[in-house]
Design a protein around this ligand. Structure first.
Ligand code: NAD
Length: 482
């Protein structure tokens, strides 16, 4: 059992830990037992956080030299690296991911994102702009890239610290201050991160953390006139609400929403690599991944081999306690979500999908679902809706055009994977897929340098890379008539 007794569980506002009127209980998804009692921010707490973040923006943080901002981000990265085990332990206990995946992938991703953007902090430039002059006079025109002000990050439960880093690191590198709203089901690692923000020496109010309920704290952030941008990662339904609420003061929004990623296996693919990669894309993080490759389109000539390979890969998964080193797949985040995922499997069966392996929730404590592979066609609900669990469907195709049409026939467009040994096919098919990120011969590479985000119902905007810098700055054009 992870020890949460030494963790601050209040609201982190203006560098202080405060209590709230209401609290809520988080549960351990492996056992269903209570894990921690957390503060639940209301609209007044949001006002206080906006006031603290505004004061920091207009004060010490706003005046700090860009290179010193970079130094603080690097210091924070070092502290996260030092505390990797503790942060991983809190996050895995909270949301169910095997501890080894948190330690080896999630926390290191946060460290590299902080370091990548630390390097940007003193390299954010505008442009000199040549132009035709003004009423016969010569002009000197240029742009500045100014910070936006106070921004808010609303974070999901499936990868709390990693996704927080994608928002917080570029926001701070550009000189903004930030208010973070973790998800109800996974706040603990972010609370520990807030303690590290203080230890690193950030001025009070630069980073604020409000645990709480989406409909209360999240909505108050989206509606608040003092916030200039909401960066949201979460469901498409909540993304729509945030877009509407943000219209109140024309906030910028970055919406990283759901996905239903295709993985296309062509007849010239390295089949063993493709099956290994598809299994990773389906089962990593219990399938609770926006980029999960849940629609596997296999060329008819390799369909039977893919079905067989995926069956073996699913049956090789070890379901269990995230803290047991033999476990490769933990529980889903909560009971409601477990029941929702099982509901999709039941609906798939009733629509005629064939169960290749898995297909139910095991009879044990905790919110587990068997790794499940089914076969069927692209019109089944299994292939249309985001399930966000370890459930995939395999569908055969005959031609390249059919594979592209199947891949694009979905409301989402976050990411896709193509498995082929043909360089020409890799480029030609990549260009035709409607998605924000395409991987060839590997599932969903993530690096701070690579822009990430979707099209269609998968959202608006890009995080990471230089796109991240552009998205947290306001260009201002200055024209001097000489
Ligand atoms: P969710 O939309 O239920 O919640 C996400 C966050 O929004 C939480 O912090 C929640 O408290 C908050 N929220 C809820 N209602 C709100 C409201 N009315 N106003 C403001 N905030 C509100 O999503 P989730 O269940 O936590 O996460 C799963 C979803 O996230 C999946 O759809 C998944 O695809 C998506 N996701 C997308 C990406 C990406 O990069 N595109 C990455 C990870 C997860």
């Amino acid at each position: 059992m992870v020890d949460t007794s030494t963790l601050h569980t209040g609201l982190f506002i203006g560098g202080q830990w405060r209590s709230s009127k209401e609290t809520f209980t988080t549960r351990n998804p492996s056992t269903g037992q209570p894990l921690a009692e957390l503060a639940s921010a209301d609209a007044y707490d949001v006002d206080a956080a906006v006031a603290a973040a505004t004061e920091a923006f207009n004060g010490e943080w706003g005046r700090m030299a860009p290179s010193n901002k970079g130094l603080l981000l690097n210091t924070l990265a070092n502290l996260v690296e030092r505390d990797c085990d503790r942060l991983a332990e809190l996050e895995s206990a909270d949301m169910g991911r095997p501890l080894g995946q948190s330690t080896a992938m999630m926390i290191p991703n946060l460290v590299s994102t902080l370091r990548y953007y630390a390097g940007w902090a003193d390299k954010i430039n505008g442009d000199y702009i040549a132009n035709d002059g003004y009423m016969g006079a010569t002009t000197h025109a240029y742009t500045r890239r100014d910070p936006l002000g106070v921004v808010a990050a609303i974070v999901p439960w499936n990868a709390p610290l990693m996704i927080l880093g994608w928002k917080l690191a570029p926001a701070l590198a550009c000189g903004n201050t930030i208010i973070v709203k973790p998800a109800e089901d996974a706040s603990l690692s972010i609370l520990r991160f807030a303690e590290l923000v203080t230890e690193a020496g950030f001025p009070a109010g630069t980073v604020n953390v409000l645990t709480g309920v989406g409909k209360v704290a999240g909505e108050a952030l989206s509606l608040h006139p003092g916030i200039k941008k909401i960066s949201f990662t979460g469901s498409t339904a909540v993304g729509r609400t945030i877009l509407r609420d943000s219209a109140s003061n024309f906030k910028r929004t970055a919406l990283e929403l759901g996905g239903k990623a295709p993985q296309i296996i062509f007849d010239d693919a390295d089949l063993s690599a493709a099956i290994h990669g598809c299994a990773m894309g389906l089962f990593a993080n219990q399938g609770e991944v926006c980029a999960a490759g849940t629609r596997i389109f296999a060329h008819r000539s390799v369909f039977d081999a893919v079905v067989d390979g995926m069956k073996h890969a699913a049956e090789a998964q070890v379901l269990g306690d995230p803290f047991d080193s033999a476990t490769t797949m933990g529980p889903l985040v909560n009971e409601k979500h477990r029941d929702r995922v099982v509901g999709f499997i039941t609906q798939g069966k009733s629509e005629g999908a064939e169960v290749i392996t898995g297909g139910s929730a095991p009879d044990r404590a905790g919110f587990f679902v068997q790794p499940t592979v089914m076969s069927g066609h692209n019109d089944m609900s299994l292939a249309r809706q985001e399930i966000f669990g370890p459930v995939g469907i395999i569908v055969p195709f005959d031609t390249d055009d059919e594979a592209v049409a199947l891949a694009n026939d979905n409301e989402y467009g976050l990411s896709a994977t193509i498995w082929t040994s043909s360089v020409s096919r890799a480029h030609l098919i990549s260009a035709q897929i409607d998605a924000g990120a395409i991987a060839v011969n590997g599932w969903s590479p993530l690096a701070p340098q690579l822009p990430w985000g979707g099209v269609k119902a998968s959202g608006i905007g890009r995080e990471l890379g230089y796109e991240g810098i552009l998205s947290y700055t306001e260009p201002k054009t200055i024209t001097i008539i000489l």
